[in-house]
Structure formats: C-alpha cells, structure tokens
Design a protein around this ligand. Structure first.
Ligand code: SF4
Ligand code: SF4
Length: 144
C-alpha cells in the first residue's frame, strides 16, 4: 500500500459516515442542523445562499475598500448603531453594504453573486463545508 493511499484511507476513516454521505447529496440533516456539501450550484435551491444573506459583516481589506469596486460601509468610531458596534467588536473597518432584508448588496434575485468573478477575498476564502446551520422555521426568522 502506498503512503498516499494509506493517507487517503486514514482520512476517510476519520470522517463520520453521515458526512461522507454528503458526496452525492447537496445537504444532510444532523441533530437539528443542516450541513451543505459546499457546491453552491447544487446547494443553492436548498441553502438559498444563506452565507450571502445572513452574515452581518463581509469584511473588505483596505486595498479592496480603496479600489472603488465595492459598495461598503466604514465603521465609525463614535456611532452606536448595531452594525458599527459589531464591526468594532470584530475589528472590521469596512463591510459590504446590505439590502433591506439583510442580504449582501451583490446577491441577485436568483440568489447568485452578481460580482462572483470579482468578489472580495473574504468571500473567496469562505466555505460552508464544516459549518452546521440551524434549521429555523420561516415564521421564526428575524431579519435586521
Ligand atoms: S457557500 Fe453559501 S451558497 Fe455555497 S453552498 Fe454554502 S451556503 Fe450555499
Ligand atoms: S460579494 Fe458575492 S459572494 Fe460575497 S457575500 Fe456578496 S453575494 Fe455573497
């Protein structure tokens, strides 16, 4: 058995069977949480691009903010609004603007990123693969 094969098999043993089952399925439910397989095109009908719709902040680097390519809010040191408070807590200076329903300003009507090829570094580095999302019935959803 080659080292490479041993490593592959070891890795595979470490992953619970239910998570391995993610491969052919866009998502699975586990203990009241939902896990997506991270393939956005497969998952979108189920996840509704929750990553782009529910996070309060999408950080921009200084360079991205200065590039003029993005619509963003800058944290004000004196503002006491929820968003500025969150940004200061998270040490974030610039965050993408959001739509009234809380979604990222660049999330389009089909739940796709309208600037996908040019999205910020924070979005490029993000994966939802290891993130358990809570299953919340629509009537209990609250958006800010
Ligand atoms: S990264 Fe976002 S859009 Fe892609 S599958 Fe995960 S939650 Fe859905
Ligand atoms: S820029 Fe695109 S990928 Fe990033 S949060 Fe907004 S819609 Fe999602």
């Amino acid at each position: 058995m080659s080292d490479k094969k041993a490593l592959t098999e070891k890795k595979s043993e470490d992953i619970p069977q239910q998570l391995q089952d993610l491969k052919p399925n866009p998502y699975i439910l586990l203990n009241g949480t939902v896990h997506f397989n991270g393939n956005c095109n497969e998952c979108r009908p189920y996840c509704g691009a929750i990553c782009c719709a529910s996070y309060h902040t999408i950080k921009l680097t200084e360079t991205e903010a200065k590039s003029g390519k993005f619509l963003y809010k800058k944290a004000s040191p004196n503002c006491n609004c929820d968003l500025c408070n969150i940004m200061r807590e998270q040490g974030i200076k610039h965050t993408l603007l959001r739509q009234p329903d809380g979604s990222c300003i660049y999330l389009d009507g089909t739940r796709k990123c309208s600037i996908y090829e040019d999205r910020p570094e924070a979005c490029r580095n993000y994966t939802c693969k290891q993130i358990p999302f809570m299953v919340v019935m629509p009537q209990y959803r609250k958006r800010k």
